[in-house]
Write a protein that binds this ligand. Structure first.
Ligand code: SF4
Length: 188
Protein backbone atom coordinates (compact mmCIF):
# COMPACT_ATOMS: atom_id res chain seq x y z
CA UNK A 1 0.00 0.00 0.00
CA UNK A 2 1.41 3.36 -0.86
CA UNK A 3 1.38 6.22 1.62
CA UNK A 4 1.05 9.92 0.87
CA UNK A 5 4.55 9.82 -0.61
CA UNK A 6 3.97 6.68 -2.63
CA UNK A 7 4.16 8.45 -5.99
CA UNK A 8 7.58 9.97 -5.44
CA UNK A 9 10.20 8.85 -7.89
CA UNK A 10 13.03 9.36 -5.39
CA UNK A 11 12.77 8.55 -1.71
CA UNK A 12 13.28 11.18 0.97
CA UNK A 13 16.36 9.29 2.17
CA UNK A 14 17.87 9.44 -1.30
CA UNK A 15 17.12 13.17 -1.59
CA UNK A 16 18.82 13.84 1.73
CA UNK A 17 21.83 11.76 0.64
CA UNK A 18 22.03 13.66 -2.65
CA UNK A 19 21.83 16.98 -0.83
CA UNK A 20 24.66 15.93 1.48
CA UNK A 21 26.76 14.85 -1.47
CA UNK A 22 26.14 18.14 -3.25
CA UNK A 23 26.93 20.15 -0.13
CA UNK A 24 30.15 18.27 0.44
CA UNK A 25 31.24 18.69 -3.17
CA UNK A 26 30.36 22.38 -3.05
CA UNK A 27 32.28 22.90 0.17
CA UNK A 28 35.25 21.19 -1.45
CA UNK A 29 35.03 23.69 -4.29
CA UNK A 30 34.15 21.03 -6.85
CA UNK A 31 31.93 22.12 -9.69
CA UNK A 32 30.43 18.61 -9.76
CA UNK A 33 27.67 19.82 -7.48
CA UNK A 34 26.49 22.37 -10.01
CA UNK A 35 24.32 22.25 -13.10
CA UNK A 36 25.44 20.37 -16.21
CA UNK A 37 28.33 21.75 -18.21
CA UNK A 38 27.58 22.63 -21.83
CA UNK A 39 30.15 20.94 -24.09
CA UNK A 40 30.99 20.95 -27.79
CA UNK A 41 29.60 17.69 -29.15
CA UNK A 42 32.77 16.95 -31.13
CA UNK A 43 34.79 16.97 -27.88
CA UNK A 44 32.43 14.34 -26.49
CA UNK A 45 33.28 11.99 -29.34
CA UNK A 46 30.46 12.74 -31.77
CA UNK A 47 31.45 13.06 -35.43
CA UNK A 48 30.12 16.58 -35.90
CA UNK A 49 33.04 18.53 -37.38
CA UNK A 50 32.87 19.93 -40.89
CA UNK A 51 34.92 16.96 -42.11
CA UNK A 52 32.59 14.56 -40.31
CA UNK A 53 34.94 13.41 -37.58
CA UNK A 54 35.04 13.69 -33.79
CA UNK A 55 37.65 15.48 -31.67
CA UNK A 56 37.32 13.43 -28.49
CA UNK A 57 38.73 14.83 -25.27
CA UNK A 58 39.20 12.47 -22.34
CA UNK A 59 37.97 14.87 -19.65
CA UNK A 60 34.93 15.96 -21.63
CA UNK A 61 33.99 12.35 -22.33
CA UNK A 62 34.30 11.58 -18.62
CA UNK A 63 31.85 14.38 -17.83
CA UNK A 64 29.40 12.84 -20.29
CA UNK A 65 29.87 9.39 -18.75
CA UNK A 66 29.06 10.87 -15.35
CA UNK A 67 25.89 12.47 -16.72
CA UNK A 68 27.24 15.95 -15.99
CA UNK A 69 27.35 17.40 -19.51
CA UNK A 70 24.95 18.40 -22.23
CA UNK A 71 26.17 18.22 -25.80
CA UNK A 72 25.61 20.79 -28.51
CA UNK A 73 27.02 21.30 -31.99
CA UNK A 74 26.04 24.86 -32.89
CA UNK A 75 26.77 24.40 -36.59
CA UNK A 76 24.41 21.43 -36.79
CA UNK A 77 21.86 23.25 -34.64
CA UNK A 78 22.10 26.12 -37.11
CA UNK A 79 20.92 23.81 -39.88
CA UNK A 80 24.22 22.96 -41.59
CA UNK A 81 24.87 19.41 -42.82
CA UNK A 82 27.69 17.10 -41.80
CA UNK A 83 30.09 16.93 -43.49
CA UNK A 84 30.03 20.53 -44.71
CA UNK A 85 32.39 23.04 -46.24
CA UNK A 86 34.87 24.71 -43.92
CA UNK A 87 33.83 28.21 -42.91
CA UNK A 88 35.58 31.15 -41.26
CA UNK A 89 34.64 34.59 -39.97
CA UNK A 90 35.98 36.90 -42.70
CA UNK A 91 37.19 40.48 -43.20
CA UNK A 92 38.85 40.82 -39.81
CA UNK A 93 35.55 40.30 -37.98
CA UNK A 94 34.96 38.06 -34.96
CA UNK A 95 32.06 36.35 -33.23
CA UNK A 96 31.38 39.64 -31.46
CA UNK A 97 30.93 41.59 -34.68
CA UNK A 98 28.85 38.80 -36.22
CA UNK A 99 26.51 39.02 -33.21
CA UNK A 100 26.41 42.79 -33.63
CA UNK A 101 25.30 42.40 -37.25
CA UNK A 102 28.58 43.57 -38.78
CA UNK A 103 30.64 40.44 -39.43
CA UNK A 104 30.01 37.58 -41.83
CA UNK A 105 30.84 33.87 -41.90
CA UNK A 106 31.65 32.48 -45.33
CA UNK A 107 32.40 28.94 -46.44
CA UNK A 108 35.17 27.99 -48.83
CA UNK A 109 32.86 28.38 -51.84
CA UNK A 110 31.95 31.92 -50.78
CA UNK A 111 28.55 30.88 -49.46
CA UNK A 112 27.27 33.11 -46.65
CA UNK A 113 26.47 30.92 -43.62
CA UNK A 114 26.21 33.77 -41.13
CA UNK A 115 22.53 33.11 -40.39
CA UNK A 116 23.28 29.43 -39.67
CA UNK A 117 25.98 30.44 -37.21
CA UNK A 118 23.67 32.90 -35.48
CA UNK A 119 20.85 30.39 -35.26
CA UNK A 120 23.19 27.74 -33.89
CA UNK A 121 24.49 30.14 -31.24
CA UNK A 122 20.95 30.98 -30.14
CA UNK A 123 20.00 27.30 -29.97
CA UNK A 124 23.11 26.50 -27.90
CA UNK A 125 22.18 29.35 -25.56
CA UNK A 126 18.67 27.92 -25.26
CA UNK A 127 20.14 24.56 -24.22
CA UNK A 128 22.43 26.26 -21.70
CA UNK A 129 19.52 28.17 -20.17
CA UNK A 130 17.31 25.10 -20.05
CA UNK A 131 19.96 23.16 -18.17
CA UNK A 132 21.06 26.12 -16.04
CA UNK A 133 24.65 25.73 -17.23
CA UNK A 134 27.20 28.15 -15.85
CA UNK A 135 30.24 26.73 -17.62
CA UNK A 136 30.82 25.72 -21.24
CA UNK A 137 33.75 23.67 -22.54
CA UNK A 138 34.08 24.53 -26.22
CA UNK A 139 36.39 23.40 -29.00
CA UNK A 140 39.35 25.71 -29.49
CA UNK A 141 39.70 27.83 -32.65
CA UNK A 142 36.32 26.98 -34.21
CA UNK A 143 34.39 29.87 -35.84
CA UNK A 144 31.47 28.78 -33.64
CA UNK A 145 33.06 27.39 -30.50
CA UNK A 146 36.53 28.99 -30.40
CA UNK A 147 37.46 31.14 -27.44
CA UNK A 148 39.82 34.13 -27.82
CA UNK A 149 41.64 32.68 -30.88
CA UNK A 150 40.06 31.86 -34.25
CA UNK A 151 41.16 31.43 -37.84
CA UNK A 152 41.67 34.73 -39.60
CA UNK A 153 39.22 34.29 -42.47
CA UNK A 154 41.79 33.53 -45.16
CA UNK A 155 41.50 29.72 -44.92
CA UNK A 156 45.26 29.56 -44.60
CA UNK A 157 45.55 28.22 -41.06
CA UNK A 158 46.54 31.62 -39.65
CA UNK A 159 45.02 32.51 -36.28
CA UNK A 160 44.11 35.85 -34.78
CA UNK A 161 42.42 37.19 -31.64
CA UNK A 162 38.66 36.82 -31.32
CA UNK A 163 36.06 34.24 -30.34
CA UNK A 164 33.59 32.20 -32.35
CA UNK A 165 29.94 33.20 -32.59
CA UNK A 166 28.55 30.74 -30.04
CA UNK A 167 31.41 31.19 -27.58
CA UNK A 168 30.91 34.96 -27.67
CA UNK A 169 27.14 34.74 -27.18
CA UNK A 170 27.50 32.38 -24.22
CA UNK A 171 30.18 34.62 -22.73
CA UNK A 172 27.91 37.65 -23.07
CA UNK A 173 25.20 35.70 -21.26
CA UNK A 174 27.51 35.13 -18.32
CA UNK A 175 28.81 31.60 -18.86
CA UNK A 176 32.41 30.80 -18.07
CA UNK A 177 34.01 29.54 -21.27
CA UNK A 178 36.89 27.06 -21.27
CA UNK A 179 38.55 25.31 -24.18
CA UNK A 180 39.58 21.68 -24.02
CA UNK A 181 43.15 22.96 -23.91
CA UNK A 182 42.49 24.68 -20.58
CA UNK A 183 41.29 21.57 -18.74
CA UNK A 184 44.66 20.13 -17.80
CA UNK A 185 45.11 20.22 -14.05
CA UNK A 186 41.53 21.39 -13.40
CA UNK A 187 39.05 19.51 -11.23
CA UNK A 188 35.77 19.18 -13.06
FE1 SF4 B 1 32.56 20.94 -32.70
FE2 SF4 B 1 31.51 23.35 -32.26
FE3 SF4 B 1 32.39 22.70 -34.69
FE4 SF4 B 1 30.17 21.56 -33.78
S1 SF4 B 1 30.46 23.72 -34.19
S2 SF4 B 1 31.88 20.49 -34.77
S3 SF4 B 1 30.66 21.37 -31.61
S4 SF4 B 1 33.63 22.90 -32.85
Amino acid sequence: MSDAHGDRLVSDDRLVADDRLAASAASAGLPGAGPPILVSACLAGLATTHTGVAKPDRKVMELVRQGRAILVCPEQLGGLPTPRLAAEIVDGASGASVLDGEGRVLDTSGGDVTSNYLRGAREALKAARLAGSKVAILKARSPSCGKDRIHDGTFSGVLRDGSGVTAELLRREGLQILTEEELEGRDL
